[in-house]
Design a protein around this ligand. Structure first.
Ligand code: PEP
Length: 254
């Protein structure tokens, strides 16, 4: 059984003070949670503060991006070493906002994925189609390229360390969620690609999160789908109660 993973992508929100407040509230409810992997991804400037708050808990820290390089003349970039110094464990890579606004492409995203794995950070590789691509019937084609290119060169046995986040761009921050069936169909398709590229064991171990307006009201149905192994949460991760409710919806049922 794959352990579910719920990650909060705080994007460019929360000051240091607000981070301490939100991380403390989440820790208050989920600090001992071992049934679900709980990850918070504050902005770079608040990673240290969040790290200090959650250091004595089960909650893990993620970053929202990372350089593909080790160190040197890369103005504005943040390296794996800098993240690991703050006890970061996960790193979101290839988020659609980075693809769209900062023109990140599959080549560079793949370099970051490989660098993260080489340095024992767990990549959360984001993939997903735009509304135009969905309406043109191109969802599978787009997602397949992003998954194959993003994971190029990854060792099959490293797939258990990788998280793929399927985030239909039309559902991010719009309030429009993919239906549970729409999401499940794409998740199963992604697992099929990974099976084809890396074999059944790797495909069975890979965790695939859904992201796109996931909230307490729709989380349980999405998370009940056989190939949905968690959620990458934007807006609803900025409020402790709603984030906690989503994690509770991900708890295993007997
Ligand atoms: C995201 O950007 O990763 C995301 C899923 O955002 P939201 O939950 O706000 O749609």
């Amino acid at each position: 059984m794959r352990k579910k993973i719920i990650a909060g992508n705080w994007k460019m929100n929360k000051s240091v003070e607000e981070t301490v407040e939100l991380a403390s509230a989440i820790k208050g409810d989920l600090g001992d949670c071992t049934e679900v992997d709980v990850v918070i991804c504050p902005p770079f400037t608040a990673l240290k503060a969040a790290s200090d708050v959650i250091s004595d808990s089960q909650i893990m820290l993620g970053a929202q991006n990372m350089s593909s390089e080790d160190e040197g003349a890369y103005t504005g970039e943040i390296s794996h070493g800098m993240l690991k110094e703050l006890f970061v464990r996960y790193v979101i890579l290839g988020h659609s906002e980075r693809r769209q606004y900062y023109k990140e492409n599959d080549y560079w995203i793949n370099r970051k994925v490989l660098k993260a794995l080489e340095k024992n950070l767990r990549p959360i590789l984001c993939v997903g189609e735009t509304l135009e691509q969905r309406e043109a019937g191109e969802t599978e084609k787009v997602v397949e390229v992003q998954v194959r290119e993003g994971l190029k060169g990854v060792e099959a046995n490293a797939c258990s360390e990788v998280v793929v986040a399927y985030e239909p761009v039309w559902a991010i921050g719009t309030g429009k969620t993919a239906s549970a069936q729409q999401a499940q169909d794409v998740h199963a398709f992604i697992r099929g690609i990974v099976r084809d590229a890396f074999g059944p064991e790797a495909a069975g171990a890979l965790r695939i999160q859904y992201g796109g307006s996931m909230k307490p009201a729709n989380a349980a149905e999405l998370l009940a789908q056989p190939d949905i192994d968690g959620g990458l949460i934007g807006g609803a991760a900025l409020v402790a109660d709603s984030f906690v409710e989503i994690v509770e919806a991900a708890m295993p049922r007997d």
